[in-house]
Design a protein around this ligand. Sequence first.
Ligand code: SP5
Ligand code: ZN
Length: 318
Amino acid sequence: MSLKIVYSPIHKTHYPEREFFKGEFVKHVEVPERAQNIVKIFKGSSFEIVEPKLISLSDLYITHDKSYVEFIRKASFSTTREFLSNKYSFDTYTPITRGCFTASLVSASVAKHGSDLVISGEKLVYSLCRPPGHHASRNKMGGYCYFNNAAIAANNFSNHGKVAILDIDFHHGNGTQEIFYERNDVLYVSIHADPTHYFPYSSGFRTERGIGKGLGYNLNFPLAKGTNASTYILELKKGLMEIKKYKPEFLVVSAGFDTYLKDPIGGFDLSINCFQEIGMQISMLNLPTLVVQEGGYCVQDLGIVCQNILRGLNTLRG
Ligand code: SP5
Ligand code: ZN
């Protein structure tokens, strides 16, 4: 079966040079080569690469405050060199660059377009988003994220039925959690590194379960440093069981590849082959699925990791 990949080369206009980490400037890891290495592997394959239609501002304002969007637009177009930290940022890892608004708008478009394809009947679509999105909330950037691509897609799906978001990035998706924390029409399930020791530090604990009518619709599965494939798959199955019980009509997978053992900022022990198993487990939900790219920084292996997870996701379909 064919699989559509939504991608635009415009992400390259955003190339952050450095972040401020533990008291010093270090080379940025969220670089254009990430997406380029992934798309390279699919060129000439049976998978079809499609360009996104640009998202409208009114669609963007469903997920993000207008003042926040305007700030990024103005700051990004007016700066001559990148700068870290502003009133809308929660860390020093997410610079305003000249290209960050353009790239983030296109990244949001890649996610929105992917969700439109799934709504119109595609069973599995991969949105190759860059920059990533799951750390961004309504009005805060952080963790290399500006607009929350997965949340934008989920909000689009929610006009057509219940949605589950499965977040398998190494880091907790604090932004996505916050956006849907009081809602019961979007279930958020995240499997990630224990925030006691890893970014974003302040959220991702098991005790965070949603509030109001959202209570019980936010589920966190924090895992220890060094988690191996068997423990990971066991926890993944628990998360998948919760999604199954919820009976959603759509699934968004926030797919970060920083759980891979060679990732320079991650800390799990998952081999390259494990990603096919992860994809296969998820495919057993048998739901119309949009995969949204999040983190993953082992640039040279990202293409293979991605191919493996998509192969896994494709196995039980036909
Ligand atoms: C989307 C995503 O995966 N965001 C992750 C943000 C985590 N950043 C916090 C850790 C920063 C570590 N930077 C060290 C670079 C070493 N060269
Ligand atoms: Zn991550």
